[in-house]
Structure formats: C-alpha cells, structure tokens
Design a protein around this ligand. Sequence first.
Ligand SMILES: [Zn+2]
Length: 99
Amino acid sequence: MIHFTCDCCGRAINQTSETRYVVRMEVYAALDDEAGNTAEEADHLGEIEDLLERMDDIDADLDEALYRHVRYDLCPDCRERFLRNPLGRVASRTSYSEN
Ligand SMILES: [Zn+2]
C-alpha cells in the first residue's frame, strides 16, 4: 500500500480513516494580448502548448520560467487552511471579517 504524507504539515495521511486531497496548480507567464480576449483563450492556450513543446528541446530552464505545474497532497486540516488562504497571504483576517 502506498503511504502519503501531507505536503503542507508533513503528517502521514491515513487513507483508511481520512481523505487525501490533491492540489494542482499551474503558474504560467501571461501573454500580453490575453487580457479582455476570453473568446480566443482556447487558441492562446494552444499557442502556449505549442510554444512549450518547441522550447522543450531548446532550454528547459526557460520552460520552467514560463510554465510551472505543481501538485501537492494535503490532509483534511491543511485542505481547509489552503482553501481559506490559497496564496498564503499575510494578515488577510481583516478582509474576511468585513465580508
Ligand atoms: Zn497537513
């Protein structure tokens, strides 16, 4: 059996008694002409993929700078914490109480 540990708190996730949550994030460089042009968003994503495929052969470091895909396993506690503050913002408590 595969054992998972929470990538946030480092705790082992007991999958027989609790749910393991997976966070997948993409961080990529925004194209200049992407704003306000949502109808063509699918085309732009295709262009990015083409671009990345071509750059794969050229420069892996440049590829990383333009596009990162990360995946984390989270325990239920850290899932809650992550959803409350996905970007790890500091002092976000005041804005929450105002809402
Ligand atoms: Zn955790």
